[in-house]
Design a protein around this ligand. Structure first.
Ligand code: CP
Ligand code: NVA
Length: 301
């Protein structure tokens, strides 16, 4: 059978994605109870990081250890990738040595080229275009707190970035409605918006996006690689902060998510971020661990 990759949510079927969420919830319970097995005994994960990370690195590394395998951290500063060895060559070499690879990089086509030349599964751990692992954790978190996400309304407020694009993919795969409020010039991928126009709605008004929503999500206004645009972005995103006043327009049992790291007082108010009556960010962060364990188990099955 052809090797399976996870470069976007669309690489898996809705049924497979639901299976991974269910397994993640099960693995979490087993981990807590101390009854988890070691299904990936002896397996090795290669982790290529061309951008910084806290959650992704620790969740993949700890996750692999908990499943009985091990992980190798690779950065461009101390591998030949940083000296210009082609990604196609790196893919063919690494996949003869490790069982599965995780990559965090800039341009999405780099991970596509890697996957094309890899004989083992490749996982997208964030590119400029998508962050699908975070969506597995987000959906798991919604399911744990509020039940099925199917048929619900999700509001995205802020930058039309890699997370926004992944929410569009998720709306299709997990069957929910998505309203995105982005300032002009910061829209998500136009092709994606056109493909899934039946379930997404783009507005300039955070209030319109959030009205009656069951889940409200935001992310940093300046993603990794956009550091130089920070000042210009601060101006463009004025009025897009998610705070208690905005959340008050959402459904009465709405919850708030943020993939983190968060910039308090910018895209989200400190009070909302810390309000555990609706903010589920710590569960969301923890679920990266469980969701990715389920994902690796699936891809290596
Ligand atoms: N949410 C997320 O991917 O966090 P890190 O950048 O810390 O990995
Ligand atoms: N959009 C952010 C997500 C960080 C996890 C970034 O790409 O920097």
């Amino acid at each position: 059978m052809a090797v399976r990759h996870f470069l976007t949510l669309q690489d898996l079927t809705p049924a497979e994605l639901h299976g991974i969420i269910a397994r993640a919830i099960e693995l979490k319970a087993q981990h807590r109870a101390g009854t988890a097995g070691k299904p990936l005994d002896g397996k090795v994960l290669g982790m290529i990081f061309e951008k910084a990370s806290t959650r992704t690195r620790v969740s993949f590394e700890a996750g692999m250890a908990q499943l009985g395998g091990s992980a190798i951290f690779l950065s461009p500063t101390d591998t030949q990738l940083g000296r210009g060895e082609p990604v196609e060559d790196t893919a063919r070499v690494l996949s003869r040595m490790v069982d599965i690879v995780m990559i965090r990089t800039f341009a999405h086509d780099k991970i596509e080229r890697f996957a094309e030349h890899s004989s083992v599964p490749v996982i997208n751990a964030l590119t400029d275009s998508f962050h699908p692992c975070q969506l597995l954790a987000d959906v798991q978190t919604f399911v744990e707190h509020r039940g099925a996400i199917q048929g619900k309304t999700v509001a995205w407020v802020g930058d039309g970035n890699n997370m926004a694009n992944s929410y569009i993919n998720a709306a299709a795969q997990f069957d929910f409605q998505l309203r995105l409020a982005c300032p002009e010039g910061y829209d998500p991928d136009p092709q994606l918006m056109a493909r899934y126009s039946d379930r997404i709605h783009l507005t300039r008004s955070p209030q319109d996006a959030v009205a009656g929503a069951h889940l409200v999500v935001t992310d940093t206004w300046a993603s990794m690689g956009q550091e130089e645009e920070k000042q210009q972005r601060l101006k463009a995103f004025a009025g897009y902060q998610v705070d208690h006043a905005l959340m008050a327009l959402a459904a009465s049992d709405a919850i708030f998510m943020h993939c983190l790291p968060a910039y308090r007082g910018m895209e989200v108010s400190e009070a909302l971020l810390e309000d555990t009556s609706c903010s589920v960010i710590w569960d969301e962060a923890e679920n990266r661990l469980h969701a990715q364990k389920a994902l690796m188990e699936f891809l290596l099955a």
